[in-house]
Design a protein around this ligand. Structure first.
Ligand code: 5GP
Length: 196
């Protein structure tokens, strides 16, 4: 039985992809094109980076706080990613779907599969790099990751690409404008097919 209302008025989307595939940039562009879309803020136990603020990029929690929320079933999904907890607080998702917003979760592949189990109406979209060489050069180009972290993210990307075949759609981010247009079209067509 779904943990969300069985018949919501908004549509739930999950967007995943390897670090460096450009999913954050694409989601930012999607929101500008489609104002009915609301992006969930995840919770994490990782430390804030740079100018990140609590409640903006993430809700930053201690491990104790996060585990307490798990114990009280307050997450739609949660997972260990790169040695930290990440999770989607369920209450705001329910509220936004009920009020008719289309909701986007930008989460990893483990979380995406949990969402599909618990809420089969969700649409899973995977953002893929054109190839592994491009992914590696994008990760290096960001200049934010150590060599160790780049190697971990590249190794994780191989497993993530494997899981992508279980997604409803794969969008290859070969060109930002083209991929944005495809993402907007995919979201709009899923939304309108549910409202017909
Ligand atoms: P970062 O720490 O670089 O912001 O995110 C690391 C990874 O955690 C990314 O793959 C991101 O999609 C994933 N992530 C962010 N929020 C969540 C969440 O709520 N649940 C899950 N399962 N993964 C998340």
């Amino acid at each position: 039985m779904s943990v969300l209302a069985t018949k919501s008025s908004g549509t739930l989307f999950v967007i995943s992809g390897p670090a460096g595939a450009g999913k954050g940039t694409l989601v930012g562009r999607l929101v500008k094109c489609l104002p009915s879309v609301w992006v969930s803020t995840s919770a994490t136990t990782r430390a804030p980076r740079g100018t990140e603020q609590n409640g903006v990029e993430y809700f930053f929690y201690t491990t104790e706080q996060f585990e307490d929320m798990i114990a009280h079933d307050q997450f739609l999904e949660w997972a260990h990613v790169h040695n930290n907890y990440y999770g989607t607080p369920v209450l705001p998702i329910r509220e936004h779907l009920d009020s008719g917003d289309d909701v986007i979760l930008e989460i990893d592949v483990q979380g995406a599969l949990q969402v599909r189990d618990r809420f089969p109406e969700a649409h899973l979209i995977f953002i893929a790099p054109p190839d592994m060489e491009t992914l590696e050069s994008r990760l290096r180009g960001r200049g934010t990751d150590s060599e160790d972290s780049i190697q971990t993210r590249l190794a994780n990307a191989v497993g993530e690409m494997e899981v992508s075949k279980d997604y409803d759609r794969i969008i290859v981010n070969d060109d930002l404008d083209r991929a944005t247009e495809e993402l907007v079209n995919v979201v709009q067509s899923f939304v309108s097919s549910e409202r017909d």
